[in-house]
Design a protein around this ligand. Structure first.
Ligand code: ADP
Ligand code: MG
Length: 337
């Protein structure tokens, strides 16, 4: 005889964490997105041991009210949507209200936050089922999240984590994706106490150069195409810069990094006649499209999306890139904004 029972909250969150928090890099992505949604102008990331020991993200965003700190860590609690319609007008990166709850279920977490009108900051600690009451803390502004000992309470899962160098590389990649899409925000990335990246607020072209290097910038051509429905802008590398792996393919839909088959196909086709089959194009492209024309609620990590008019989009991307590659137009950083 089996009996059906409702699982305890902690276990539900730990199961969800399996999807949302695959490794330190996925936790980092989620909390960076939260800082961006909070309107941060400067974000500081400190990692210890590839993020496995610690991920600390400090932002100067709007902060969380003292009496909402515990709610922020509760599953399905979000300040970003309240109706189903909101989902199809979405402009924030988050909306599912499950990242913090999931991360908290598989780590030792400290959340410290201060809203501008509060006299000082408040802090709560979470470990397993225990969530502390808010205690006074110090912070000049915004939110600082400390995620310690990821998967300390799920040894079987912890074993899937790779070496420190590999986990750091994944974190760095997650950081780069976010940084590329948010050029107006200043970012610092530290690992084991050393500054690995410091990106000052810049325009998009400058940010691309500081993240991917001058070499990419030199080898790439700028594109900016607009239709009634959408705009595609960014940089595509000329064939000489093509790579043996897909490591420099950055495509953002409304500033969200996505990995989409349809888009990859359109790009591949645009390069078809000029690129060897075993080479991969490199690009940083931004698609701005009416939020109603794209469904971002396809997968918990939101790197998959669905388009309302896939064929029109394919055509649009193909033609834009084809055109850019046919008549390379290199611009200096100062011409772009
Ligand atoms: P979501 O981002 O989908 O809303 P999360 O679990 O990531 O869900 O966060 C829950 C809520 O906590 C957010 O809706 C937001 O109100 C608040 N929050 C999280 N991180 C921050 C932050 N860095 N600054 C301000 N508010 C935050
Ligand atoms: Mg979030």
């Amino acid at each position: 005889m089996t009996t059906i029972k409702l699982l305890p909250e902690l276990l539900i969150n730990q199961i969800a964490a399996g999807e949302v928090v695959e490794r330190p890099a996925s936790a980092l992505k989620e909390i960076l997105e939260n800082s961006i949604d909070a309107g941060a102008r400067k974000i500081n990331v400190q990692l210890q041991q590839g993020g496995v020991k610690q991920i600390r993200v400090a932002d100067d965003g709007i902060g969380i009210a003292k009496d909402e700190l515990q709610l922020a860590l509760t599953r399905h609690s979000t300040s970003k949507i309240s109706t189903l319609e909101d989902l199809y007008q979405i402009t924030s990166l988050g909306f599912r209200g499950e990242a913090l709850a999931s991360i908290a279920a598989v780590s030792r977490l400290t959340l410290t936050s201060r809203q501008a009108e509060q006299g000082h900051a408040w802090q709560i600690l979470v470990e397993g089922k225990s969530i502390s009451q808010p205690t006074p803390s110090s912070l000049t502004q915004g939110t600082t999240l400390d995620i310690n000992d990821l998967y300390f309470n799920i040894p079987a899962r912890r074993k899937f984590l790779k070496s420190e160098a590999t986990e750091f590389a994944h974190c760095d990649e997650a950081f780069k994706r976010i940084a590329l899409s948010q050029s107006g925000i200043e970012f610092v990335l530290q690992h084991n106490g050393k500054v690995r990246r410091h990106l000052r607020a810049a325009n998009s072209a400058q940010r691309i150069a500081s993240v991917l290097g001058e070499e990419f910038q030199q080898a790439a051509t700028w594109t900016d195409e607009q239709s009634a429905e959408m705009r595609l802008h960014g940089m595509v590398a000329l064939p000489a810069y093509a790579r043996s792996s897909r490591d420099r393919q950055y495509f953002f839909v409304n500033n969200r990094f996505v990995n989409d088959k349809l888009i990859s196909h359109a790009l591949r086709e645009a390069y078809r006649d000029i690129l060897h089959l075993d080479r991969h194009p490199a690009f940083v492209l931004f698609l701005d499209i009416n939020p109603e024309s794209v469904d971002v609620n396809v997968h918990p990590t939101k790197t998959e999306v669905r388009f309302r008019e896939p064929r029109a989009l394919h055509q649009f991307i193909f033609h834009a890139i084809n055109k850019a590659l046919a008549s390379p137009h290199r611009t200096t950083q100062s011409e772009q904004s």
